[in-house]
Design a protein around this ligand. Structure first.
Ligand code: ZN
Length: 148
């Protein structure tokens, strides 16, 4: 990976850590799931609001305290998930996990993962992989709670 790309990705992560897109608590949600990362101390609760037919994610909101990587990851995910069908979201989660667990050997698909490609550099830092995965794992758990 070129140095410029590394810098660009770092900037995307910093921007999202600040912007905290989707941060907040929904008055009504169809499912919510809390995840904790004991290694770093990150806490995140993800709430999903689905469309009336239960097929699409209308909103993905999250709250909690975490490092900048887990916060930025939640922010990116919230943007990505909006309006997406649940199968598509599951596909994104699987793809993101594959990239992050690859120790840098699998390149992220930008068309599928959008800004989340910025986290592919994190895959080289085993200690931070959990930070980046945390909101995605919480979302996976929340999706499982929603009856079809
Ligand atoms: Zn962390």
């Amino acid at each position: 990976m070129s140095e410029n790309l590394d810098e660009l990705y770092q900037q995307v992560i910093l921007d999202h850590a600040k912007a905290k897109k989707g941060s907040g608590v929904l008055a009504h949600a169809d499912a919510e799931k809390h995840e904790h990362n004991p290694t770093c101390g990150d806490d995140v609760t993800v709430q999903l609001l689905m469309s009336a037919d239960g097929d699409r994610v209308e909103r993905l909101a999250w709250h909690g305290d975490g490092c900048s990587i887990s916060t930025a990851s939640a922010s990116v995910l919230s943007e990505l998930a909006e309006g997406v069908r649940r199968e598509e979201l599951t596909g994104m989660i699987d793809s993101f996990r594959e990239v992050l667990r690859s120790r840098g050997t699998v390149e992220a698909d930008e068309e599928l993962l959008g800004d989340a490609v910025a986290f592919q550099g994190v895959a080289k830092f085993v200690m931070r992989v959990k930070c980046a995965m945390l909101p995605w794992v919480a979302t996976e758990g929340a999706l499982r709670l929603i009856a079809r």
